[in-house]
Design a protein around this ligand. Structure first.
Ligand code: TYM
Length: 339
């Protein structure tokens, strides 16, 4: 069993990343490392250059994201924590898989359509081939499970298609080169939405900081963002059916449930008939209580650059060793002579 997942080091870790993915990373690390399963978590810095970026910010964000992940509970002694740039096998594997991935598959990716928008001609080639690098990230390590939020499901399906086609084209049935990975998507927090718009996902790229809760937000900022979150004038219903057609209310109830570790139905049972004037302060306090210990650890850790670099160097060394056998088999399967 091998768990592999990544996050782009573009700015802050927000509540969507935390509830959709990172919390599961920590859970799986704690459960599986005790049973001998391996967890690899990485910063997708190579993916980050697919959009216009500032090199100085990317370097700073990479270190800050390590600090954030460790603050959330990723333990570099239990998990392999690293950045792609220190493990060249990711970029090599992407090239090897570019021969297998089809243009038509990439053209159908919703993230490509969203991010390139109307300006496809001006988008980078990296943005288009981004999902092939993502396939390389997981196939390189024979990942069995990939914990992600709902928005990454399509990319994971593409990784499975690439693995399957490569195995069909270049390997025998009894000795496939790649394992087909399964996505693990938390049902209760698969898609955390923006606080300003219940139809858009909470995202680092939203220009309004009021749309998301960041790990770095202090208690005042969290309370203010929740207070100003878009809602409707109705009180909270007693059943889940009553949330139909109310995306903002549904999102806040979902966030409360995920943070409290209870079901959305239990949240409604607790708050039935109350308006947002009562519910929002309760949600804000819950968020402050749960996030502030992580935020405090983060503020301390992010100052220690030497420690952060040491974590990445150690993780990269382990990742390079784990990647080597599959990379070698891939070169061989393709008939590439390496002496
Ligand atoms: P990224 O950096 O956008 O997000 C990191 C993780 O957070 C999840 N997530 C969310 N979950 C629920 N609600 C939200 N609003 C929300 N926003 C983000 C994402 O689903 C993701 O799990 N392409 C990936 C990084 C990547 C990767 C990989 C992931 C590169 N290679 C290999 C898995 C395996 C990305 O940009 O995630």
């Amino acid at each position: 069993m091998r768990i592999v997942s990544g996050i782009q080091p573009t700015g802050n870790l927000h509540l969507g990343n935390y509830l959709g993915a990172i919390r599961n990373w920590v859970r799986m690390q704690d459960e599986w490392s005790a049973k001998g399963g391996e967890c690899l978590y990485f910063l997708a810095d190579l993916h980050a250059i697919s959009m216009p970026h500032s090199p100085a910010e990317l370097a700073a964000n990479t270190r800050e994201m390590v600090a954030a992940l460790v603050s959330c509970g990723i333990d570099p002694d239990k998990s392999v924590l690293f950045n792609q740039a220190q493990v060249p096998a990711h970029a090599e594997m992407q090239w090897l898989l570019n021969g297998t991935a089809r243009m038509g598959w990439l053209n159908r990716m919703t993230q490509w359509k969203d991010k390139a928008g109307k300006n496809r001609e001006g988008a980078s080639v990296a943005l288009f081939t981004y999902p092939v690098l993502q396939a390389a990230d997981v196939l390189l390590y024979q990942a069995t499970h990939v914990p992600v939020g709902e928005d990454q499901k399509q990319h994971l399906e593409l990784a499975r298609d690439v693995a399957q086609k490569f195995n069909n084209d270049f390997a025998s049935e009894d000795a496939p080169v790649f394992t087909l990975p399964d996505p693990i998507i938390p049902p209760e927090a698969a898609r955390i939405m923006s606080l300003r718009d219940g139809s858009a996902k909470m995202s680092k790229s939203d220009p309004s900081d009021m749309s998301r809760i960041n790990l770095t937000d202090d208690a005042d900022a969290i309370m203010q963002k929740v207070r100003k979150a878009k809602t409707d004038p109705e009180p909270l219903p007693g059943t889940m059916e009553g949330l139909a057609g109310r995306p903002e209310a549904n999102n806040l109830v979902g966030i409360y449930a995920a943070m409290a570790g209870i079901s959305p139905a239990d949240v409604l049972a607790r708050f039935e008939g109350q308006g947002f004037g009562q519910f929002k302060p309760a949600l804000g306090e819950l968020l402050v209580e749960k996030l502030s210990p992580m935020a405090a650890r983060y503020r301390e850790l992010r100052e220690d650059r030497a420690a952060l670099d040491a974590i990445l160097a150690k993780g990269a060394e382990k990742a390079r060793a784990l990647a080597a056998p599959t990379l070698a088999r891939t070169y061989d399967a393709l008939g590439l002579v390496r002496g």
